[in-house]
Design a binder for this molecule. Structure first.
Ligand code: PHE
Length: 315
């Protein structure tokens, strides 16, 4: 009987034998009925055999069930190494990534972010920035004018005028946004992102300005030290005005930003007394900064909306 159980390979056969043994008319059932006529030894022996048989059935049942399961699994085996169609995951555009980084750095320096309208009036884009309409500096930036005399904002400096008009001094802010000029080559696009910092307070000097620029560039480009070249320049709204070049990893000097001490006329135009307050401002194209950081050759690709280009550039 023991051997017989062990040799059964299907649950049907096992259950048939079980019924033939322990069922109503089963062999063991019949023997157990005779137990009352047995002596103690025979009873103990029968009890033991009863127990052993039941255990054997149970064990064999588990073995067969397991074998059935394994055979089934083998048949429907999944090949988890097969290629699936690639998942098209989006990432943040490099322009957005660098914008987030830049504004996090500036905010950690205490500058608060501001925006403003992209269609500006003459006052905020030019006149308040010490650039009256006869001023030749209006030609420095080839502007897109609208028929009603408004202009597509040529510089985020307009945001500073709006903010200073509202809050007065002291103020530490930066403006972010799209700016527009009629120019187009590998390093200039007709629409580009500009960021401009402004700090107006008492006793602000040029060295505060250069200190913040240096700290900012160090953080953004993740450089241990930055070598800067400060060149005198001209902007109508700053005096003195400078341009800042950064020594790049390959040893070349790159023009990074314009900056300077806010012209007293600009403060006056915003209701701030220049005898009490001084300020500095710095402005740069954030497309350009992103382009340098990621080592990309053509600025126009940034706005080209070509996902293949973005992917090939590693984004
Ligand atoms: N607005 C200037 C430009 O667009 C940059 C600048 C900003 C210069 C702030 C000085 C101070 O060229």
């Amino acid at each position: 009987m023991h051997e017989q159980i062990k040799n059964i390979n299907t649950l049907d056969e096992l259950s048939a034998l079980y019924t033939a043994t322990f069922g109503k008319n089963g062999t063991m059932t019949a023997r157990l009925k005779e137990m009352k006529n047995m002596d103690n030894n025979a009873r103990a022996a029968l009890n033991l055999e009863n127990q052993t048989l039941r255990e054997l059935f149970k064990t064999r049942q588990a073995e067969i069930e397991n074998a059935v399961l394994m055979a089934g699994l083998k048949k429907q085996k999944l090949d988890v190494s097969l290629n699936t169609s690639p998942e098209n995951r989006g990432t943040l555009h490099p322009m957005t990534q660098s914008l987030i980084e830049i504004s996090e750095i500036l905010q950690s320096f205490g500058y608060t972010p501001h925006t403003g309208p992209e269609i500006e009036d003459d006052w905020h884009n030019f006149t308040a920035l010490n650039t009256p309409d006869y001023h030749p500096a209006r030609d420095m930036q080839d502007s897109f004018f609208l028929e009603n005399g408004n202009v597509m904002r040529t510089q985020t400096s307009a945001i500073q005028i709006r903010t200073m008009e509202k809050t007065g001094a002291p103020i530490k802010m930066f403006g972010i946004g799209a700016t527009y000029r009629k120019e187009m080559d590998a390093t200039h696009a007709p629409m580009f992102g500009q960021i401009e910092g402004l700090y107006v307070n008492k006793n602000i000097t040029m060295s505060d300005l250069i200190g913040d620029i240096r700290a900012f560039l160090k953080r953004f480009f993740e450089m241990d030290a930055v070598e800067l070249r400060i060149r005198p320049s001209y902007f109508p709204f700053t005096d003195p005005s400078i341009e800042v070049d950064l020594k790049w990893k390959n040893g070349r000097w790159l023009e990074i930003m314009g900056a300077g001490m806010v012209h007293p006329n600009v403060l006056r135009n915003c209701g701030i007394n220049p005898d009490q307050y001084q300020g500095f401002a710095f402005g740069f194209g954030w497309d350009r900064l992103a382009m340098l950081k990621y080592g990309l050759p053509d600025l126009r690709d940034f706005r080209g909306n070509d996902v293949r280009w973005l992917k090939s550039a590693g984004f």
